[in-house]
Write a protein that binds this ligand. Structure first.
Ligand code: HEM
Ligand code: HEM
Length: 185
């Protein structure tokens, strides 16, 4: 039976967003370790620009998802299906909340926020350094939690492919074929 994959737009958005999230996370961490200077400042501009792209792409993704429902779920134990649904909900929430918290922190600290230094997005907030600091800390902690959730999600997908041998991974990766046919896929 051929695998019923996610549509190409969903697959493309899924992988572009995943790449952007991992890049924003890695740049955020590396930057923290660098001495103050132009390079560190440039990395923050890059970090914020990639994060803003994540917000824009997530809006597109959710809009597309509303118009294009996911393929029928692969048969699974009710608890496993519930856990997957909750994990996906958590990932969608994180894709929005984490960059939005970073954005609010940057604005409240008076940082210039823009897309790759091309367009500056003016702040709707008054300066509030104390709240900005709290939001920056929350942004960092939430980003670490996001990576743990995304890591668990990736391990579950790979586990489906290698252990359960079903089509879960193949539905999101165009060049992967399931190791056996899956009811519902
Ligand atoms: C999915 C998107 C994002 C991820 C995964 C992410 C992740 C991170 C991480 C891991 C750090 C380092 C935190 C630490 O070590 O304490 C960081 C710092 C920071 N992020 Fe993000 N971030 C994202 C989006 C954004 C966006 C959209 C903005 C603002 C427009 C932003 C603004 C900042 C700022 C200002 C800092 C530095 C705070 C400081 O100097 O201590 N981030 N981010
Ligand atoms: C930051 C990284 C990631 C984020 C934010 C993310 C987010 C998501 C979300 C929200 C869904 C639900 C799609 C829907 O039905 O609307 C999904 C599905 C999926 N993701 Fe990810 N993902 C990430 C990384 C990965 C990685 C690294 C892998 C594999 C190694 C992966 C494999 C999959 C698969 C196979 C599905 C389909 C699951 C199913 O049909 O039940 N994802 N992802």
């Amino acid at each position: 039976m051929p695998t019923r994959r996610y549509d190409p737009v969903t697959i493309s958005l899924h992988w572009i967003i995943a790449l952007a999230v991992f890049a924003a996370y890695a740049i955020g961490l590396v930057r923290e370790e660098l001495p103050k200077g132009d390079f560190r400042a440039g990395l923050l501009t890059l970090h914020m620009s990639i994060g803003l792209l994540v917000i824009a792409l997530t809006i597109m993704r959710i809009g597309w998802r509303a118009m294009t429902p996911a393929p029928k779920a692969i048969a699974a134990a009710p608890m496993a299906a519930f856990a997957a649904r909750m994990a996906h909900l958590g990932l969608y929430g994180a894709m929005f909340a984490i960059p939005l918290i970073g954005l609010s922190a940057a604005w409240m600290k008076g940082r210039v926020v823009g897309l790759f230094s091309l367009v500056v997005i003016p702040s709707p907030f008054a300066l509030d350094i104390a709240l900005a600091k709290t939001l920056e800390d929350a942004h960092g902690v939430a980003a670490h939690a996001f990576m743990i959730l995304a890591g668990g999600h990736a391990l579950a997908a790979i586990g489906h492919h290698l252990v359960l041998r079903d089509a879960t991974l193949a539905r999101m990766v165009p060049f992967v074929t399931p190791r056996r046919s899956s009811p519902g896929a």
